[in-house]
Design a protein around this ligand. Structure first.
Ligand code: FE
Ligand code: FE
Ligand code: ZN
Length: 279
């Protein structure tokens, strides 16, 4: 099972790899820079190449870089969109120090411009920034649809992908809290939701799962993560998710409100649940 959690990137790649191993994780997620944006520390090439070796030795799955939350590729002001461009361009360059990994971003909020204009701006930015030689797969995250967020519906993700020329570089990261809050009933009809995802986006695009419980009820369009089993998804639904034949081999990244020790406990529980419940 490929499972891990969000870790602090302040100590570099090797520090994250060792911290992951210490809690029996074999993948992890990290922010490419301060989550509120700003300058990133330059990558240490030695740390990156040591980590590439470490990943092989310890049979890690793909690591997932997360763009800053404040990034808005479909903001109304040019200044906001320019910031998104600068950050993502720099992130894509830095990702190549650890090739063939995953990069996740929130499609953004159209802030009253309309979802069509949002989609046009997001795919426009991807068309500027994706380059043929890049080895990173860029993931659009499924969102809860709060405010003017783009990506609360599978159709919106599909349209961004359709309008992006180098769409072979694109995939989707499904956040279990977000899709539940968006109104996809993964608690009572997981098969139905996955069929819908397959029909609209295509399951081959699904590259990662953000595994979170939710503090809010179904279709609340809220987005507050809860600890595994303590929210409106519950442990049974989460067990069905990690054991589903179409999901069980994907990497799972926890973004629950936990410290590192707490993540370790969740990972142990989830590994045991998958082992006991897989046919
Ligand atoms: Fe996210
Ligand atoms: Fe997420
Ligand atoms: Zn969230």
């Amino acid at each position: 099972m490929l499972i891990g959690c969000h870790l602090s990137s302040s100590g570099g790649f090797m520090a994250m790899g060792k911290q992951a191993s210490s809690i029996d994780a074999n993948v992890f997620q990290f922010f490419t820079r301060n989550p509120r944006g700003g300058a990133a520390k330059e990558i240490d090439p030695k740390d990156a190449s040591d980590f590439c070796d470490y990943m092989k030795e310890h049979q890690f799955g793909k690591i997932l870089a997360h763009a800053p939350y404040t990034l808005n590729p479909c903001g109304k002001e040019a200044r906001v969109r320019d910031f998104a461009r600068l950050v993502m361009e720099d992130d894509f360059r830095r990702m190549e120090y650890v090739p063939h990994q995953l990069y996740n971003f929130h499609p953004g909020s159209h802030v009253g411009q309309g979802v069509e204009e949002g989609i046009r701006l997001i795919s426009g930015l991807l068309n500027e920034l994706l380059f043929p030689e890049m080895t990173t797969t860029v993931l659009l995250e499924t969102m809860s649809g709060k405010g003017s967020e783009v990506g609360g519906k599978f159709e919106e993700l599909r349209e961004i992908i359709d309008r992006t020329t180098l769409s072979d570089k694109l995939g989707v990261c499904l956040d279990t809290c977000h899709v539940h809050d968006a109104g996809y009933d993964i608690v009572n009809d997981l098969d139905g939701v996955l069929d819908e995802f397959d029909r609209v986006v295509g399951l081959s695009r699904l590259k990662a799962i953000h595994l979170n419980d939710s503090m809010n009820p179904f279709a609340s369009h809220k987005d507050r993560h809860e600890k595994i089993g303590a929210g409106s998804l519950g442990l049974e639904a989460i067990t069905r998710i990690i054991c589903h034949p179409k999901l069980k081999d994907l990497p799972f990244y926890l973004e629950t409100p936990q410290d590192v020790a707490g993540y370790g406990e969740e990972i142990a529980v989830l590994r045991r649940l998958q082992r006991e419940n897989l046919p």
